[in-house]
Every structure is written in C-alpha cells, then in structure tokens.
Design a protein around this ligand. Sequence first.
Ligand code: IVH
Length: 678
Amino acid sequence: MADALSEAEAANRLMRLAREIARHDRLYHDRDAPEISDADYDALVRENRELEARFPQLVRPDSPSKRLGAVPTSALAKVTHARAMLSLENAFSAGEVSDFVGRVRRFLSLDPAEPVTVTAEPKIDGLSCSLRYEAGLLVLAATRGDGGVGEDVTANARTIKDIPQRIANAPELMEVRGEVYMSKADFEALNARQEASGGKVFANPRNAAAGSLRQKDPGVTAARPLRFYAHGWGELSEPLAETQFEAMQRIAGFGLPIANLFVRCETVDAMLAHYAAIEQARADLPFDIDGVVYKVDRLDWQDRLGQVARAPRWALAHKFPAEKAETTLEGIDIQVGRTGKLTPVGRLKPVGVGGVMVANVTLHNRDEIARLGLRIGDRVRIQRAGDVIPQVVENLTRDEPRAAYVFPDHCPQCGSEAVAEQGEVDVRCTGGLVCPAQRFERLRHFVSRGALDIEGLGEKSIAEFIDLGWLHSPADIFRLHQHRADLLGREGWKEKSVDNLLAAIDAKRSPDPARFLFGLGIRHVGIVTAKDLLKCFVTVEALRAAATGDNAPAELASVEGVGAVVAEALIDFFHEPHNLQVWDDLLSEVRPQAYVSAARQTEWSGKTIVFTGTLETMSRDEAKAQAERLGARAAGSVSAKTDLVVAGPGAGSKLKKAEELGIRVVSEADWAEIVARA
Ligand code: IVH
C-alpha cells in the first residue's frame, strides 16, 4: 500500500496516522476504552512505520514512532523511570521470527555454529508496572506511561497480593518489571458486579486491570482482584545473573510470580514449537495472552544489542493471529455516542471464538455495513483479536436476494434527524442539546472556560445534577436556584458553595453573544467563527433569522470567515425543532448582549506570535488565522522580536529558544482563552 502513494499523499496519510494513533493511544491509556482491536492498532502503527521507511524526509515531529503510549494525563503523581520502560517489536509470522534471529546474529557477528539461545514466554495482556525495592522494601510502583514518565501507583500496588511488600536477600536496589492483569474469571465477575451497581463495564480484562490500578483511591484497587507476573527488571544495584532465564528464576526466588510456560530455546524451530504449544494452551489459561515474547538469553548480548527507538533489539513479541468464527447476524442496534455519533452494533447468535462467547460486534459506521452488504439474517465470519469488541470480516451470504439494511436517519435516543455531512462517513444526531446521549458533554461544553465560563459548575456537579433530574438542557442551569434547598441537604454542598455557584450562574445571564453561540456546540462553530458571525449579524436573534430564512445558504456563506460547511451546519442546527425549543427556552432565561464590534485594535495588534509543537484542537492554519484576526502576525521562527509562543506537546527547539530569550510561553488552552477574551 505504501508503494502506491505519492510523496504528497504519503505526507497527508502520515499526518492522519499521527492524529489517529494519538487518539487511539489516549482512548487506550487514559480512558481505558479502546475503539479498535490491537490488531487494527498494530496495522496502523505498521503502516506508519512503512511509510516513514519509504519517505524518511516526511517523519513528523509528532510521529507515533517517536512515542510509546499516551503521556499520562490523570491526577496520579508523575514518576520519571530510572531506566525507560520499553515496548516490543511485533512479529506476525514464522518468517519474521527467523528474521529476528538472523538480525541478532548479524548484529553480534556470530559464528554460524554458535546457537542463539532465547527465552520464550507468554505475552500477558495487562499493563506493565515497575516495582522498586530498596533494601528489600517496596518503595515505589509506577505504570509505564509514555515509557519515560509513568504514574505513581504505589499505594494501589500494595493492595495486590502477588506483590510482596518486603523481600529477603535482594540486591540493595532492584526494580522488578512485569504485568498487572486480571484473570478472565475475575473480570467476568467484576463486570457483573459493575453492571448490577450501574458502574463502568470494562471492554476486556486488560482495560479492567488498567482502570483498577490507575485509581486515586487505593480502596477501589483493593476491591479489584488484580494479579502480577514479573517479566523483567529495570534499575539494579548489582546484576541478578548472566542470563535472562536465570535472572527470572532469581526474581521468582524473591517471591514474585513469573509466568509458567517459560522456557529456553536454541533454534527457531524450538521457538515456533513453543509458540504453538502456548497457542494450544491459550483458551485454557486463566488469563488473556496475545502472543509469545522471545528474549535473547545472554545478558551481555542484550547489552551489546541495545535498542532501536522504543524497543530492544534483543526481544520480539510474536503475536497470535486474530481468531475467527462463523455465525448469524440477528440484529443491528444503533448506539449514540457522547458526540452524537451513531454507531451500529451487530447482535449475533452467540458463538465461541478462541474460548470466549461473542454476541456483539461493532459494525463501525454506515459505510462499513454497505461495504459488507450486511442484512439482518446474514451468515457472517467474525474475528476477535484477543481484546475489544470483535468485528465482521466477511459476509458469507451477501448474494442472496434480500432487502438491504436501511441505516436510520433519525436518532434512536431523541428522534432528531441524523445526518452524515458531505464527505464524512459518520452519521450524527443533530439533536445535540436535547439528546440524552449527548447531554453531559453538551452541558459541560456550554459552561466551559471558552464558552459561558460558569465558575464552580464542574463535570462532577453537572453529572450530579443530571442524575437528580435537574438538568436536561442549558436553560435548566439558570433554574438551578429552584433546587437550592435540596442542594443544601446534599453531601459536599454548604451554604457558601451553593451561593457561590448560584451567583456565578446569575453573573452569566447576559452573556457575550459569541461565547453563547460557541457554547451551543454547533458543529464547526468555534469561537472565532462565532465572532465572525456576530460581527455580521450583531445579535443571536438576527443570526437565527438569517439561518432559518429562505436565502440562508447564501446569506450565511457570504459572511467573512464563514464557508459553506459552517453555513450548512447552522442551517441543520436551526432546522431541528428540538434545537429551536432549547434555544427559545434558553433565551427565556438569558439575554445575550449585542455584539460590540471589537475595534481591530486589540492588545495583540502588531505583535508577533509563534506556534510550535502539536496543536490538538485546531490546525496550525486555524491558529494562524486566529492570530491574524487579533491583529497579530504569526511567524515561523522564534527571535527577539517574538512576543508570544504557543507551545503544544512535542515542542522542541523553538520552545527552548523562547525560554532562553525569556519570551512568554503559553499552552494551547491558554491561547484559546486569549482568543475568547480578545
Ligand atoms: S518484556 C524491554 N515480557 O508487552 C521489554 N513484556 O508490547 C519489555 N508484556 O510493555 C517487555 N508480557 O507490558 C515483556 N512476557 C512479557 C510480557 C510483556 C506482556 C507487555 C509489556 C510490554 C508490552 C509490549
């Protein structure tokens, strides 16, 4: 595939891959809620690597190949690893395993008669954790994070029975690394409990383990049945042994569990035979595994081999192929996500795949159903990649003459119209403000800093008020005072905090019209576009009249800074009766001001701004356009004449230079705030 692309296409694809992989990293690492299988994720990483190999000049500063998992974002304290926690190179075929051994041989210039002994052991599907023992005492436990910086989970790790708090006769300093995981049976039981209590249901044991370990409250972790297997080490005050195999035996001797099925192999054939044996045992193992890990046994060789980018040259993960099965598609349900996206989920006649009963598959989107020609009643081949929701890979009865499945054009949650924008595959509910599936996100956005900026109305309170049935739409925020007495009776609310909240809400009864418009969360209407629109229409009422008028497309698209896409989004929004109801209701509570044309003169007029690093909510071009609208100039390099540097993740030399020159540096979020205030 990489071969077919031109350089320009490759650059574009690499940009998309960087964005997509980063998104999946965040879903996986921060939210423990992956949307794609490991196999699909690996395919993306692989495509990225192949393209980079073919076009080395196109390797991006934010390339996924330069990162490990997502940088941790939770509230747990950060820990810098004494030795980086590496990842593993993946192989999917016997040929790649043999290539690996060949590479090791060449790198070490070994005599052909010299055997390369490797260890082979199961690759456990959990999350890696580093345990630091000083003078035999457990002093720190940390997750991998991005490999360089992880999270401190010491208190949580102390609740895991497999992890000794104290070990005898250990080196003065020893970091043991391994996998925290949850057994299949414990996972099923936990999910059943979670479901019964209305808690979060986890997609698979690994996500359950991650979600359980990365808790602020160790009490929660303690109640979750986590286990641990050691598979290596980090910093050591003295070597454990001369080989991987013996070092692991010593670690086992300290009372830390190591995996069964851990052997030494002297030939590629022996490695493949052990792989086959582990694959055979897989369904009967009490925990999920997704492959076999090979490691060069001699530790002096490991040292010489070193690492490339993010993975050691001396180790290889040999992944299992996805498991497949055939069954019948009995129905298609539509789920509505928090952003309004309609996701079709296939209901199957339950079938065993690799030892697990599967009853649901994700069908991704409307196009995927069309591509597979799926209809209810079809025989399908499904595949499960040891994790997440399985997928349909083939329709076995697509030639039978039966009516095609019709994708809904209304939201099953709120009845609003559901549409796919031009050129987009996702069908979205247009009910935004009224759709219960989207309520929380929408309300959170409405009160957020860049929008109405209601202080003290955070995510937790919004969720609480939604649960209490007090909040359905934004207008309800302005009616919260009706619940003052009830609120005072609730835990965590005192007279002062309640009064502060109600005062903060009242303070926003005449909001800035652009922030108000932005806060409605209409697609493509960011704060800058909202300002452009109001500059033209002055009041939100006039904007609505224009968007619902006969000449709406032309009238809206003629506004400077507004194109056909925004015009269409506005027309869709105001076309939806639910949205009009919400709008009217809201305007009975608040009175947005008329737009006062900010003189082109802002405090940023004539200033020079440099954007560097990855911007996450906007493109570089958009950021530059924002700067220009503030009267500032966006420059490409930092110099003494630079007034402000906006730095995102991955910022490098420009950021360094700005710091040397003492230039003010702000984050992307600060920048959004500056734009909103200007
Ligand atoms: S060794 C330097 N051995 O797989 C090599 N890793 O995909 C470090 N994993 O981050 C890892 N079972 O979390 C190793 N037997 C095993 C493993 C294993 C699971 C995880 C580990 C690693 C990830 C890489």
